[in-house]
Write a protein that binds this ligand. Structure first.
Ligand SMILES: *Cc1c(COP(=O)(O)O)cnc(C)c1O
Length: 437
């Protein structure tokens, strides 16, 4: 392959490409983007021939590292026979086998799989499922949602209603569905009892009109890696049962071993009525997602044709994505990924504990393959302290995109120990360089 013309890529990029979460005049004038030409394992290779450790597994997706040979092989094999077919009235081996494997790997009681394209649609599907379920099963007044302050559930207008991060929500607030945002157990100023009481209270007041309670179990990712106790998920399950409403767990980020077990709800021993997965679902190789449901919800759509779930995507169940997602579950088992991640998680916990004593660091936390620290000073997504750490980390060979003042790592779950040690060193040195005052 001829070398990439870096200058041309950047010129066309700045002329034409509108980047996510990016103010483009600043980007055009100030930002020298990474131009990535290859990726392997936990490393990104840029057009200058320089390697960078991928500190967030490319937006939390590449849980098994980039270009895992078995995933690449599964994709190539599948591409030779069937790249795509619609899923309406058509079955194919990959969608079938994947659904069976997924239900076997999921918490007991999740029995059916609805495929879509990404994390946002996985949650959008869940919202539409519960609204239609209640509408055609005798409780049409159940149309409201409850979610947490600082929640993040994706980008469609539907799921934006559930989101509690103001920067992502405010521009669209006038057109969003009804949702009560309640105190989060992950917030630094809320204790677990207070958060449970907040949920109990809103259910007491409005429980009869609630379609579902929606949670990111154990950790609110986009909020800034706000980690909370399993007890809250258990209590939320109990409260949903008591009010006969549904619990939707959004495992788009937390699933596939990110927090330790395959699913974060396993910390709590809880089965939600609906579980949403994406990101690690295909090991970050293809955009594909799944929404798993209980038997009760599935049965609520049986009967005459008008009761069908009238929802689908062009690429629902895409055979390429399904082949890769099926192989992801096999790799996790064959390579004992979750057990082998435990000492890596310990290493992350230890390193972030140590960083608590750095000047300028207000707090640190970790869970599974997540480590995060808050820099002192301005808080929130638009704070820029994290970006100074980002620049320092780039110099030292790591891609360390922050969430405002929160600096974090979410590397691939199978990151080699040496790469992990180096990544943690880079975090420590970069934070120290920015905060030494
Ligand atoms: C990333 C994320 C989403 C959205 O997924 P996309 O694939 O980006 O649409 C939804 N929920 C959670 C918890 C996420 O972290």
């Amino acid at each position: 392959m001829p070398p990439v013309d870096r200058k041309r890529v950047v010129a066309l990029d700045k002329a034409r490409v509108w980047h996510p979460y990016t103010e483009m005049s600043h980007y055009r004038a100030e930002v020298d983007p990474f131009v990535i030409v290859e990726a392997r394992g936990s490393r990104l290779l840029d057009a200058n021939g320089r390697e960078y450790l991928d500190g967030n597994a490319s937006w939390w997706t590449c849980t098994l590292g980039h270009n895992h040979p078995r995933l690449v092989a599964a994709l190539q094999r599948q591409a030779q026979s069937l790249c795509h077919t619609a899923l309406a009235g058509i079955a194919h081996e990959n969608a079938s086998e994947l659904a069976e494997a997924l239900c076997a790997a999921a918490p007991d009681g999740l029995e059916h799989v609805f495929y879509s394209d990404n994390g946002s649609t996985a949650v959008e599907v869940a919202m539409k499922l519960v609204i239609q379920y209640w509408a055609q099963n005798g409780r049409p007044e159940r149309t409201r949602f409850i979610s947490l302050e600082d929640a993040f559930h994706g980008e469609t207008v539907g799921v934006t209603a559930l989101g509690g991060v103001d920067v992502f929500r405010a521009p669209f607030a006038p057109v969003l569905a009804d949702c009560d945002h309640i105190a989060s157990p992950g917030a630094s100023d809320t204790d677990i009892e207070g958060a449970v009481e907040a949920l109990a209270e809103v259910l007491r007041k409005t429980g009869d009109s609630v379609a579902a309670v929606v949670l990111e179990p154990m950790v609110q990712g986009a909020a800034g890696m706000h980690i909370y106790e399993a007890e809250y998920v258990r209590k939320a399950r109990d409260l949903c049962d008591r009010h006969d409403t549904f619990l939707i767990c959004d495992e788009v980020f937390t699933g596939y071993g990110r927090t330790g077990p395959l699913w974060a709800v396993q910390h709590a021993g809880v089965t939600p009525d609906i579980l949403c997965t994406a990101k690690g679902f295909t090991g970050g190789m293809l955009p594909m997602a799944a929404t798993l449901t209980s038997e009760r919800i599935f049965e609520g759509f049986l009967g005459d044709r008008s009761r069908a779930f009238h929802y689908g995507h062009s690429f629902s169940g895409n055979p390429l994505g399904a082949a890769v997602a099926r192989e992801v579950l096999r790799v996790i088992e064959d390579e004992d990924i979750l057990v082998r991640a435990r000492p890596k998680a310990d290493r992350i916990a230890e390193a972030f504990d140590e960083m608590r004593s750095l000047p300028g660091v207000a707090a640190t936390r970790s869970l599974g393959m997540i480590g995060a620290l808050d820099l002192e000073g301005d808080e929130g997504y638009l704070a820029d302290a994290g970006w100074r750490v980002f620049d320092e980390a780039r110099e030292r060979g790591a891609y360390l995109r922050p969430l405002g003042n929160v600096v974090y790592v979410t590397p691939s779950i199978n990151i080699p120990d040496d790469d992990l040690d180096r990544l943690l060193d880079v975090v420590q040195q970069s934070v120290a360089a920015v905060t030494k005052g």
